[in-house]
Design a protein around this ligand. Structure first.
Ligand SMILES: Cc1cc2nc3c(=O)[nH]c(=O)nc-3n(C[C@H](O)[C@H](O)[C@H](O)COP(=O)(O)OP(=O)(O)OC[C@H]3O[C@@H](n4cnc5c(N)ncnc54)[C@H](O)[C@@H]3O)c2cc1C
Length: 459
């Protein structure tokens, strides 16, 4: 007799789908996972998105979810700690801005492809999980309950009638499209005027790192920026965030000589480390960046959206995957509280999570300005230093916003709310000083007690 509770069908075996399969299997469900791509463990050419090697910043929320299914240590073994932002000005000295102030307040660079492969294998080891590759969901009819899955190898379309479907199929979700067709479904998409392109700084001789290994490198240039995250083989994956259109843009920068001249002026030290710059720039696709908000995330007790399918955000807070992994933690809690009433499981998940997903979407957009512009602003650097001092003095009331998001698990909405109050306090305290040791501590005491009277209790 089948000992499984019942079957849950997942569409998508990306980062969230493969982790969610593990969570569900550990709760005793049979899990059928349909993924449109071939098995990336056997097809290295389609590693990551669009054949590129991408690395992601992983932090507390993602790590916590992995810890819950016993995989945190193995993932940490494949990751590189990054202690801060290493700012590369056009001229002058590089500056390391620590992300936090405790030794464990670091974020981790991890290869997206490697992580996905690891999670797929871990999912497959679970009793009751079956992964189907080349299996593309082409539609879902809520009226009849029929889910269409096309085998991309044979073009054969299968009709299935699963009871429970979770769309973890990313920002272009087919399940979300099906929900839209049901009606009364809110959806907003906001594309940035900037896109991105991946470039590479190869390893030096014997796999040596040609820049500081344990940092996230940033070349902030006001209207655009270049960043680089370390890989375990000594290379760095760089991402150029750049306008789609305009004087300096993907549309205008096309000629190899022009590209090289631009990079040599704007990013001279990085350019010297990128022998294949112009070929990579020409060959690698330009990606778009979108913030996508929608609601409701579920249809009755039948279908739910989770991860990027429910809330795609821009990458400037390094939280898309972390947020998707935290979704898995929260859904697991909702199952604990409400199963077998799937309608309540799905409804409570959306209710608990929507405000937080909107908050991190907004913070991620705001962080683009911070990364490409403010990090090289002395006023911003001063406020960051004073913020750390306030955290030391009032650890249960004042935690810098970046730390609340990346090193704690306070709800994102609380990080947004308290972060705005804290920013106001910092601006007042720093308005007439130029050094962190000139802070007026009487004023600080008063402002913190008046405006942050409620202590932080969770996270
Ligand atoms: C440039 C960039 C940098 C980023 N950096 C970070 C970072 O530093 N830190 C961070 O936390 N996040 C980062 N992110 C965000 C992160 O990549 C996403 O939030 C995360 O991948 C979401 O996981 P997901 O499983 O929901 O979606 P995805 O990873 O997109 O997975 C969706 C899966 O569904 C499959 N699929 C899609 N449609 C169908 C279909 N019709 N049928 C079957 N299968 C389907 C896809 O093939 C894919 O495997 C970054 C994103 C970008 C673009």
């Amino acid at each position: 007799m089948d000992s499984h509770r019942e079957t849950v069908t997942l569409i998508g075996a990306g980062l969230a789908g493969s982790l969610l399969a593990i969570f569900l299997a550990r709760r005793g469900f049979r899990v059928e996972v349909y993924e449109k791509r071939p098995d990336i463990r056997r097809e290295p050419a389609v590693d990551g998105q669009a054949g590129r090697s991408i690395n992601l910043a992983m932090s507390a929320r993602g790590l916590h979810a992995l810890e819950q299914v016993g995989l945190q240590n193995e993932v940490l073994d494949m990751a590189i700690p990054m202690v801060g932002r290493l700012i590369h000005p056009v001229e002058g000295d590089r500056v390391l801005q620590p992300y936090g102030q405790r030794e464990d307040e670091v974020i981790y660079s991890v290869s997206r492809g490697e992580l996905n492969r690891f999670l797929l294998s871990a999912a497959e080891l679970q009793d009751g999980v079956r992964l189907h590759f080349n299996a593309r969901c082409t539609g879902l009819e809520f009226r009849t309950g029929v889910l269409y899955v096309r085998d991309d190898a044979t073009n054969h379309v299968h009709s299935l009638r699963p009871d429970r479907i979770i769309g973890v199929d990313g920002s272009a979700s087919a399940i979300r499209t099906a929900m839209m067709n049901v009606g009364r479904f809110d959806l907003s998409q906001q594309y940035l005027t900037h896109g991105y392109k991946e470039l590479t700084i190869p390893a030096g001789p014997d796999g040596a790192y040609r820049m500081e290994r344990n940092a996230l490198h940033i070349w902030p240039r006001g209207m655009y920026m270049l960043i680089a995250l370390p890989n375990q083989d000594g290379s760095f994956t760089c991402t150029l965030f750049f306008p789609h259109e305009g004087e300096y843009s993907f549309a205008s920068l096309l000629d190899p000589r022009q590209i090289l001249d631009f990079f040599e002026i704007q990013f001279p030290d990085a350019t010297a480390l990128m022998p294949d710059l112009t070929a990579l720039y020409r060959d690698n696709p330009t990606g778009s960046l979108v913030t996508l908000k929608c609601f409701p995330w579920h249809y009755r007790d039948r279908a739910l959206l989770l991860g990027d399918a429910a809330h795609a955000i821009v990458p400037f807070f390094g939280q898309g995957m972390n947020c998707a992994f935290e979704d898995c933690t929260i859904l697991d809690e909702c199952i604990e509280a409400h199963w077998p009433d799937w309608g309540s499981v799905f409804e409570s998940f959306g209710r608990r999570r929507k405000e937080d997903a909107d908050a991190i979407a907004d913070m991620a957009l705001a962080n683009y300005v911070e990364m490409r512009d403010l990090v090289s602003d002395p006023g911003f650097q001063l406020r960051q230093k004073v913020g750390f001092l306030l955290e030391q003095k009032y650890p249960d009331r004042f935690i810098p916003r970046y730390s609340m998001v990346s090193f704690h698990r306070f709800p994102y909405s609380e990080a947004l709310y308290r972060g705005e109050i804290q920013e106001g306090i910092l601006r007042e305290l720093c308005a007439s000083i130029s050094s962190a040791d000139r802070v007026d501590w009487n004023a600080a005491d008063r402002l913190v007690r008046e405006r942050l009277d409620v202590r932080m209790t969770t996270g």
